[in-house]
Write a protein that binds this ligand. Structure first.
Ligand SMILES: [Zn+2]
Length: 158
């Protein structure tokens, strides 16, 4: 199983925001870089944004705000931190991909102008103080229905 590296401060921010929004969904985008061995390294997190809409089983981010935050992270890191994926929570649920998550990830892989070939979708399932984070990474288009479109990746903090 491949890995995704997440800084401890990012992991804390994810859990804090997940707790804050519970029992509603929340999420945002992940910034960092893809290492030479192909493993994503997440160094910063962008939250939902002030205009985001949080529901029990769905959340719509404030996309314009997130883009501005990504621009700031890019400048502040002298271009080292760029978009690597999305994250969101499944309150009282499992950190598995829903059909909508699969559709979203496919759409990101096709349309994201950042040119991320294999975007990451990090999902936190659980409740306050007890989040289980699982990364899902886009693999490619489905072939005769045999291949799953994404691989589960193990998360490691650093
Ligand atoms: Zn989901």
């Amino acid at each position: 199983m491949s890995l995704v590296w997440i800084s401890e401060s990012v992991m804390r921010e994810l859990c804090t925001e997940a707790d804050r929004a519970y029992p509603l969904e929340t999420g945002g985008v992940l910034a960092g870089y893809v290492a030479d061995n192909g493993e994503p390294v997440v160094r910063a997190v962008v939250g939902p944004g002030p205009e985001a809409v949080h529901n029990r089983h769905r959340f719509t981010p404030d996309h314009a705000w997130q883009c501005r935050q990504l621009d700031i992270l890019f400048s502040e890191s002298s271009g080292a931190s760029t978009y690597v994926g999305d994250w969101h929570t499944h309150p009282d649920g499992l950190p598995q991909m829903s059909w909508l998550d699969r559709r979203t990830l496919r759409s990101i892989a096709r349309h994201r102008d950042a040119g991320v070939a294999r975007p990451l979708m990090l999902i936190g399932g659980g409740s306050i103080g007890e989040w289980d984070w699982v990364g899902h990474r886009y693999r490619g288009a489905r072939l005769f229905g045999l291949l799953s479109e994404s691989d589960e990746v193990e998360t490691r903090t650093f």
